[in-house]
Design a protein around this ligand. Structure first.
Ligand SMILES: Nc1ncnc2c1ncn2[C@@H]1O[C@H](COP(=O)(O)OP(=O)(O)OP(=O)(O)O)[C@@H](O)[C@H]1O
Ligand SMILES: [Mg+2]
Length: 404
């Protein structure tokens, strides 16, 4: 962005550090993200270059330390010793952020011991970088949430068919029809999504158009793309041809989310389980990440893996684990206790098998409207989301268990 600056020309913040940003990053996507951060954060100066930790060291030796430095460790064989040297050239207050492509908890831990503020796994998202900087500046920022912005909730299943869409549709209904919040649903299964069908609505090509044309997205564009279920419940979905590969760009989703968060209290994303970079990036955008699993061995394994991607409390995220019984209770199923022991965390909510699930689905009614026991769980969950206290096992639920 700018050429290297001589230290004495940079504005001093009074504590020996300088209000500038230096970044050495290895790829165009990270470079673009850091440039966006530099614009957003109003650094007095920004020096953003392609390079690695060795280049950062050479820069620090030549030009002195900046206020904030972002160093790309990808591809480095000696990441720790390089970083150690870079940090020794920084000031006591320099904010050092490492990025890289190694998903390694050990590396993360060692870097924090050296004084690195955070290690962000690539691809680096703007929201993540912004949140890390805000936390270090002592003004924790809730991910994706500026004041008065709607909350993004992402719901994903550990496997296909675990009831993610049934649950998401009912949660949206409970939040809008019962709790009176305005809600928009996004079905990211652009080819086979069933959310609109479950709500008794027709699909439109709206979401796919929006994701493909981020530069065209404005209120009017979105208003045309959304289908209305009620004044407080809208949906964005798509029905792309099966022979296509409807991959989308995150820029499109970000533009959609930015606008929707200004218009709705809640943005609920039904995220199909297609592990990969995009899957993780969509999850990262949510303040609340709900993981739906069935009590089976495969689901336990995948819950464990997904739980590593969600719930960074320091970034204002919250993970919620939900076990859904899509089959009648069976002696062979994994018990709640075993499930919790294996994933080393508690299950937040458990939904019982519902005898009326198929009838409600085929009858165009949401499960929450047909099944009182399910409605009780959702009511607790909504109270939880709204920050109201809720009793984990109210009398009503005990009775309803018996009723099933
Ligand atoms: N608690 C439940 N009890 C009984 N059946 C359920 C329950 N929850 C969901 N189902 C049923 O399970 C089936 C799969 O549900 P759903 O389509 O919501 O799953 P999904 O995880 O979204 O699937 P996909 O991976 O195809 O997107 C549906 O027939 C639904 O009615
Ligand atoms: Mg689904």
């Amino acid at each position: 962005m700018t050429s290297a600056l001589s230290r004495d020309k940079r504005p001093d913040l009074g504590d020996g550090t300088i209000a500038d940003l230096v970044a050495f990053v290895a790829d165009p996507q990270s470079e673009e993200t850091v440039r966006r951060l530099a614009d957003d954060q109003n650094f007095a100066q920004a020096t953003i270059r392609r390079g690695n930790c060795r280049d950062a060291i050479a820069y620090l030796k030549r030009s002195g330390y900046p206020h904030t430095i972002i160093i790309d460790l990808s591809g480095s064989d000696m990441a720790l010793s390089d970083m150690d040297e870079a940090i020794s050239l920084c000031g006591p207050n320099t904010l050092v952020i490492a990025i890289g492509d190694q998903n390694d908890v050990g590396l993360y831990r060692d870097l924090s011991v050296f004084g690195v503020a955070d290690y962000i796994l690539k691809p680096v998202s703007f929201e993540m970088l912004r949140a890390v900087i805000a936390i270090q500046a002592g003004r924790p920022l809730r991910l994706n949430q500026r004041p008065r912005e709607g909350k993004v909730i992402c719901v994903t299943g550990t496997r296909g068919g675990v009831g993610t869409t049934t649950f998401t549709a009912s949660l949206a209904w409970q939040l809008s029809a019962v709790a009176g919040r305005s809600v928009v649903l996004i079905d990211l299964d652009l080819q086979c999504g069933a959310l609109a069908l479950m709500l008794g609505l027709k699909k439109s090509s709206g979401l796919a158009d929006a994701l493909r044309n981020p530069h065209r997205i404005d209120d009017l564009f979105l208003a045309r793309a959304m289908v209305k279920r009620s004044d407080k419940l809208m949906i964005l979905s798509a029905e792309e041809p099966l022979e296509d590969d409807p991959a989308f760009d995150l820029a499109g989703l970000d533009a959609v989310l930015r606008l929707l968060q200004q218009r709705f209290h809640y943005v609920l994303i039904d995220l199909p389980r297609r592990p990969g970079v995009l899957y993780r990036q969509v999850l990262e955008r949510a303040a609340i990440q709900m993981v739906i699993a069935t009590p089976t061995l495969a689901a336990v394994r995948d819950t464990l893996r997904i739980s590593r991607l969600v719930g960074r409390e320091d970034l204002g995220q919250r993970a919620m684990m939900v076990v859904n019984h899509v089959c009648p209770a069976d002696r062979g199923e994994i018990s709640r206790h075993e499930f919790e022991k294996t994933i080393d965390r508690r299950i937040d909510y458990e939904i019982g098998f519902s005898r009326v699930a198929t009838a409600s689905e085929n009858g165009g009614e949401l499960l929450v409207q047909r099944d009182p026991a399910f409605a009780v769980v959702l009511d607790q969950m909504v109270n939880d989301l709204l920050g109201r206290s809720s009793c984990p096992e109210p009398k009503a639920q005990r009775f309803l268990r018996w009723w099933r």
